[in-house]
Ligand binder design. Structure first.
Ligand code: GDP
Length: 319
């Protein structure tokens, strides 16, 4: 279960409230670091649900589950997603019956989707279900889906428009990306808890998640931001640590770099965190009228995550 918060409290941050925007694997890493430093009263994590989809009759929320499993200490440390000590009997038997097995669902993970689907069918909201699951998993911090209404990320490709998981998992991100559409976003309001947290927030941290498909859906649902925003680059040395963000920048005609990420967010940014490997880009980011922090942003272990979280919080304190 989760480590108790406040062990590494940065004194300048007492009485602050931070909202973190997170996708899946990259977002969950920094969210875990932040949760290690900030108390449950000081941190709210708002998670992308544009990747959600229905599959095998189950309602699956990949990013939400990755953040929850990570904060609960239940995540698979090898992949960053799914559960540790997982078994695969159900999906293997589905495959044996000729069913679709391209989206790998472990047995423990399936329990999450089964119970979520049952509750949604009873009329419970995704945010209420997430709150109950967090409580069962011993998570003290608030983790919220960006909206209780479905928003579906659609990827426009050279092979036509594909639903996000079709593109991402089934097609291994092979089709060439031409753009994105967030189906349902116009009618999707932020969850009530998200609105409250944003109202009282002193600052917003955009975790190092995919700008196109993890963070943009959250920004589109939140619509208006009037608080200082600090983003951490998910691109280090022109490459992603994991996933297709750099490939997407390339295919959209933009050279992938930390600078390209800062430019992507320039309308909302107060501060930007670049990796030491990208220190040569710091002056160019400053020219966007954005303050900078250059530090080590690779988060392999909890110690890296906590240290980066502490650096980012001190940076916010200095803005
Ligand atoms: P997904 O929905 O599971 O793809 O997860 P996210 O969108 O949250 O994270 C994907 C992004 O996280 C990729 O662009 C990665 O480069 C980035 N990322 C993953 N691990 C790290 C890390 O340790 N440090 C930084 N700076 N970025 C990371």
């Amino acid at each position: 279960m989760m480590t108790q918060p406040n062990l590494h409290r940065a004194s300048s941050l007492v009485n602050r409230h931070i909202v973190a925007f997170a996708g899946g694997v990259g977002g969950a890493k920094l969210a875990q670091g932040l949760a290690h430093i900030l108390s449950p009263d000081e941190l709210t994590i708002i998670v992308n649900t544009g990747d959600d989809f229905e599959h095998l009759g189950l309602y699956i929320c990949p990013d939400l589950d990755t953040v929850c499993y990570t904060l609960a200490g239940l995540a698979n440390p090898e992949t960053g997603w799914g559960r540790m000590n997982e078994t695969w009997n159900t999906i293997e038997n589905v495959e044996g019956l000729g069913g679709p097995a391209w989206f790998r669902l472990g047995d423990q993970d399936i329990a999450t989707h089964l119970e979520r689907t049952r509750r949604l069918r009873e009329g419970q909201s995704l945010s209420q279900i997430t709150k109950d699951f967090c409580s069962s998993w011993g998570i003290q911090h608030t983790i919220l889906p960006m909206s209780d209404k479905p928003v579906r990320t659609m990827v426009d490709t050279d092979e036509g428009e594909l639903a996000f998981q079709e593109y991402f998992v089934h097609r291994h991100c092979e089709p060439i990306v031409k753009g994105f559409r967030f189906d349902g976003v116009e009618g999707a309001e932020p969850t009530p808890g998200a609105k409250e947290a944003l109202d009282k927030a002193d600052a917003i941290i955009v975790c190092p998640s995919n700008p196109w498909v993890s963070v943009d859906p959250i920004l589109k649902v939140i619509r208006k931001i009037d608080k200082p925003v600090v983003a951490v680059s998910p691109i280090i040395g022109g490459k992603t640590v994991k996933g297709p963000a750099a490939k997407m920048f390339n295919e959209l005609g933009i050279e992938p770099s930390a600078l390209a990420v800062a430019e992507h967010y320039r309308n909302i940014l107060t501060g930007f965190v670049l990796d030491n490997a990208d220190s040569y880009l710091e002056d160019d980011v400053k020219k966007l009228d954005v303050q900078t922090l250059v530090t080590d942003t690779l988060m392999n272990h909890l110690t890296d995550r906590t240290r980066l979280a502490k650096d980012v919080l001190h940076f916010i304190g200095s803005l």
